[in-house]
Design a protein around this ligand. Sequence first.
Ligand code: ATP
Length: 349
Amino acid sequence: MRTAVAVSGGADSLFALLALREAGHDVLALHAHFLAPDAVDADVQDRLRHCCKTLGVDLEIVDLHHKFAELVITPFIEHYAQGMTPNPCALCNPRIKFGILRDAAKQLGCKGFATGHYVRLLQTPNGPLLCRGNDPRKEQSYFLSLVPQASLDNVVFPLGTRHKSTIQGELEQRGFTIPESEESQEVCFIPDDDYRSFLQNTGAPLSGPGPIVDRAGNQLGHHSGLWRYTLGQRRGLGIAYSEPLYVIDKEIRSNRLVVGTRAERQATGCSVHELNTLLPFEKWPDQIWVQTNYRQQPVPCRIRIVSETGMEISFLEPKGPAAPGQVAAFYTAKGYVLGGGIIHDSTRT
Ligand SMILES: Nc1ncnc2c1ncn2[C@@H]1O[C@H](COP(=O)(O)OP(=O)(O)OP(=O)(O)O)[C@@H](O)[C@H]1O
């Protein structure tokens, strides 16, 4: 079986290619252009060509920039304009990398597919089961929780058992050097991770300034556009108050930003839609953890299914709010991914 390895030009996917090649797999390197031709980095492409030539591996380059704009960038802009805090990487995985790019791999005769994500995949009687990668600082299962189980058939993640700190050294031992500076950007289409400038430059209809109010409706200050704020945010409110204030609500219709104290910020749960289950619901264990942000720790929760793709989540202990638009990823105690969905609303008492 031939395996297409999705290569970005970065260290992790190059290592994935190398590891599979060294293990004797029949591999093809598959690189995609996600950005418009004028943003394509010629150095990255030259490096990929050089690496693949050295390894004796065929390289295919596919241009997906129209689809990427339609399925990732446009929804990102629209969701921000609607007051949400979207997660474009979590959408890119099901729609582009494990969707259109995977289809391109199949058309090139590759039944197998590999990426440089730090996650593990276990083969079970219920099909492939996604699991946290072994490197806690780099593991990426949260970002893959929206990928349908069917798209994980014949997929390999060579970095799932690896630690990021060893990868550069392993590549150097084999004579490959990847500039580390290229690995720092969080979202590939947002230069310098400056999403505010990016959104302003798109010309999207973003909301303008308005009042900042407390829960009782008393005005405490002015905000500069609801899209600039995230639920739970503390910094950058510009209000002098006797205790720290946090964003606790964004009232889109009245263009009001509602702030409150730490106690008022606590959320008791959230609603989730567009659910993707990686294990049928009836097989979910009693104890479930939910992670509502890439950087946060998962917390124990209870779930209530409200429709085929909708769920109400109650946190066992109140916690900071889950921002609409972010992903809720569900885990077992051992770090298996049960599924994921998009947060629709945060609930508090
Ligand atoms: N332009 C691209 N073409 C093909 N595959 C890609 C591309 N960009 C990313 N990928 C795949 O998605 C994986 C995860 O990418 P991401 O940018 O999240 O992580 P990364 O740790 O920076 O990976 P890398 O070091 O390989 O760039 C990559 O390892 C690679 O397999």
